[in-house]
Design a protein around this ligand. Structure first.
Ligand code: TPP
Ligand code: MG
Length: 370
């Protein structure tokens, strides 16, 4: 029988010691009670109400987007319910001049950063005007290539640093995205150059149907920060106060020249992966859904605010009505936008039409004029 060889160095223990350090950061528990008073972010009553309003609004936007998609009035749509704290509270920690580099599920963050709703709907329909963000709205189009936004963010953040800006670039990917090469390249590059980037992994437990435990042997995704020599934090992604505090801290350090942070938000998407037809009942159990719904970010934040006398049914209904009206107006605006033409695509691609496309350009111009 082989005896256990004594080694001069216990690498397994080192790993265990690192892994156990990544405990979940939480401020507000499932009952809406503050469990970490020292970490409470400095937010005024109005700011707390605004954060709640945005989460409620975003939940309605998700419900309406799902219906509009089913009616054939939207195209690509990746549901967001369950991820409001992770998305909205992290975004709320930013400043207007910061850059937001979203994945396909991160449309709410770019809307709250200033992308008009009608344009978000045009993006869903694959219309080029959906990606043409207004001047001063520092957002990139939602990335479809899993993880690619991490590399782009490292570059944008380095650019901001070189220009001496006091701003950051934030990006979002998922648990699946954290297995991509681009993920490692992005955090590593940004770390090397101390670039002001915030890398968020929204760990919603699944990459389409692939469960989180198939992504990595690591106990957490946050610990991957160690390999890049940057801070990493595991956050309760259903707790808006914890997500806000972690992101704000990452932003403060980034603008102070201290480099990037990796934030893993533990969360859950209630709906399907996208509206293209996956069936979550094939890869998730009802029990799992129920367990996560108990952690709902809106429920716990509502309890917290009601306790402080800052929220009630009337306020919530006002937000719901406002959201419904604005969504209705925005979908009309999207409907009224002229359909995209082949010549539009050619024109926005080239300042001067290449000679070999001239002929095609003329053919389409002719067709479209009829
Ligand atoms: C490079 C690349 N590979 C595969 C896909 C197909 N794909 C689209 S979404 C997805 C799962 C991503 O899961 P995760 O990163 O956890 O994000 P979530 O959708 O859960 O928010 C995959 C594999 C893709 N878009 N890009
Ligand atoms: Mg996922």
């Amino acid at each position: 029988m082989a005896s256990k060889k004594k080694t001069p160095f216990d690498s397994v223990k080192v790993l265990e010691q690192i892994e156990e350090k990544f405990e979940m950061f939480q401020i507000l528990n499932e009952e809406g009670k503050v469990v970490n008073e020292d970490a409470m972010p400095e937010l005024s009553d109005e700011q707390l109400q605004e954060l709640m309003s945005r989460m409620v609004y975003t939940r309605i936007l998700d419900q309406r987007s799902i219906s509009l998609n089913r009616q054939g009035r939207l195209g690509f749509y990746a549901p967001t319910a369950g991820q409001e704290a992770s998305q909205i509270a992290s975004h709320y920690a930013l400043e207007k001049e910061d850059w937001v580099v979203p994945g396909y599920r991160d449309v709410p963050q770019i809307i709250w950063h200033g992308l008009p709703l009608a344009q978000a709907f045009l993006f869903s329909r694959g219309h080029f005007q959906g990606n043409n963000s207004p001047e001063g709205v520092n957002v990139l189009p939602p990335q479809i290539i899993i993880g690619a936004q991490y590399v782009q963010t490292a570059g944008i953040a380095l650019g901001l640093k070189k220009r001496g800006k006091d701003t950051v670039a934030i990006t979002y990917t998922g648990d699946g995205g954290s297995s991509q090469g681009d993920f490692y390249e992005g955090i590593n590059f940004a770390g090397s150059y101390n670039a002001p980037a915030i890398f968020v992994v929204q760990n919603n437990q699944f990459a389409i149907s692939t469960p989180r435990d198939k992504q990595t042997k690591g106990k957490t995704i946050a610990q991957k920060a160690v390999s890049a020599g940057i801070p990493g934090i595991l956050v309760d992604g259903m707790d808006p106060l914890a997500v806000y505090a972690a992101t704000r801290e990452a932003r403060d350090r980034a603008v102070a020249g201290e480099g990037p942070t990796l934030i893993e938000t533990l969360c859950y998407r209630y709906g399907p992966h996208t509206m293209a037809g996956d069936d979550p009942t094939r890869y998730r159990t009802d029990d799992m859904d129920t367990e996560w719904e108990k952690k709902d970010p809106l429920v716990r934040f509502r309890k917290f605010l009601e306790e402080k006398g800052l929220w009630n049914e009337e306020k919530e209904n006002e937000v719901i009505e406002k959201a419904k009206e604005e969504i209705k107006a925005a979908i009309k605006e999207a409907d009224d936008t002229p359909k995209q033409k082949v010549t539009d695509l050619m024109e926005i691609m080239y300042e001067e039409m290449p000679y070999n496309l001239n002929e095609q350009y003329e053919i389409y111009k002719e067709k479209e004029s009829k």
